[in-house]
Design a protein around this ligand. Structure first.
Ligand SMILES: C[S@@+](CC[C@H](N)C(=O)[O-])C[C@H]1O[C@@H](n2cnc3c(N)ncnc32)[C@H](O)[C@@H]1O
Length: 272
């Protein structure tokens, strides 16, 4: 019997997101520093990648479990934790749609920065995040916003315009960037609307090379962009995709010596 492929897992194991995450470290630290993390806080970082937010949370003294669907990112995260001697941080494989390996009400804080938004079945994801949060605990999500003019929303929009249409029933990850959808998902998971709040926040992508070199990183290592280039090349439209992305990155760069590109996201805080 052949194993069936989970397209969600395959997408994120395809490239090497650690190469992109390297440009997001400062913003990850800045965001975590605002979350009121104290010694011994029990933290779950869901869709954690190689630890852009999990590592600084552990450095602030929390006991952190990072869960991610991509086995290569889990391995990279555990290597970072070991290199930094963070014995209060461990990474394990898991799927945000079904966190059966995690007990009910076991975390004070569940963080998911551009993580759980990429899982299918958003109502199941909200239910799982609520289930594993302790009463009185918090969930903090960072979600890209559909049609936002800044970097990542535009990369994903451009990438999808070169990709084949998604299968029927596919729910776009970008729907997590719409407040009404977020409210619907968490209220259906049992929490009152009044306990859900929203803020606009910014992540900066900082890279020592030029904006065009950063496009090359996305082309080589970021699953959604890699897929778009594969589809574009099959249609003979590779050069158009490259040109659109280079124009976007160059227009949005704010650093004359290297690359620094701000991207707006929706920060969601849910109190349980
Ligand atoms: C854009 S990356 C962000 C990673 C990390 N949170 C960061 O800020 O660097 C999206 C992450 O979500 C993970 N992911 C996607 N679908 C998932 C799922 N169903 N369950 C758990 N993790 C998932 C991917 O493997 C990837 O690491």
């Amino acid at each position: 019997m052949t194993a069936t492929t989970n397209p969600n897992k395959a997408l994120w194991e395809k490239g090497d997101f650690t190469q992109i995450a390297a440009s997001m470290r400062e913003s990850g630290e800045a965001l975590v520093s605002k979350l009121g993390i104290t010694d011994g806080l029990q933290v779950l970082d869901l869709g954690c990648g190689d630890g852009t937010t999990a590592v600084p949370a552990a450095q602030l003294g929390a006991d952190v479990i990072g869960v991610d669907i991509a086995s290569n990112l889990v391995a990279a995260g555990n290597e970072r934790a070991e290199a930094l001697s963070l014995t209060n941080l461990r990474f394990q494989e898991g799927d945000a749609t079904d966190l059966r390996e995690l007990e009910d009400e076991s975390f004070d804080l569940v963080i998911s920065i551009f993580g759980a938004m990429f899982a299918p079945k958003p109502f199941d994801v909200a239910k799982e995040m609520v289930r594993v949060t302790k009463p009185g605990g918090r969930i903090v999500m960072g979600n890209w916003i559909p049609n936002d003019p800044t970097l990542v929303a535009q990369i994903l929009k451009i990438s999808s315009s070169y990709s084949p249409p998604p299968p029927e029933g596919f729910v776009s990850p970008m729907t997590w960037g719409v407040e009404e959808n977020v409210i619907e998902r968490f209220t259906q998971a049992g929490l009152p609307k009044e306990q859900i709040s929203f803020e606009r926040d910014t992540y900066a992508f900082n890279y020592p090379g030029t904006p065009s070199e950063l496009v090359a990183e996305f082309r080589s290592y970021y699953g959604p962009t890699m897929n778009a280039f594969e589809a574009a090349s099959a249609d003979g439209r590779e050069a158009d995709l490259q040109a659109e992305l280079e124009a976007l990155f160059n227009e949005q760069n704010t650093n004359g010596d290297g690359t620094s590109i701000p991207a707006t996201f929706l920060r969601v805080t849910v109190k349980k």
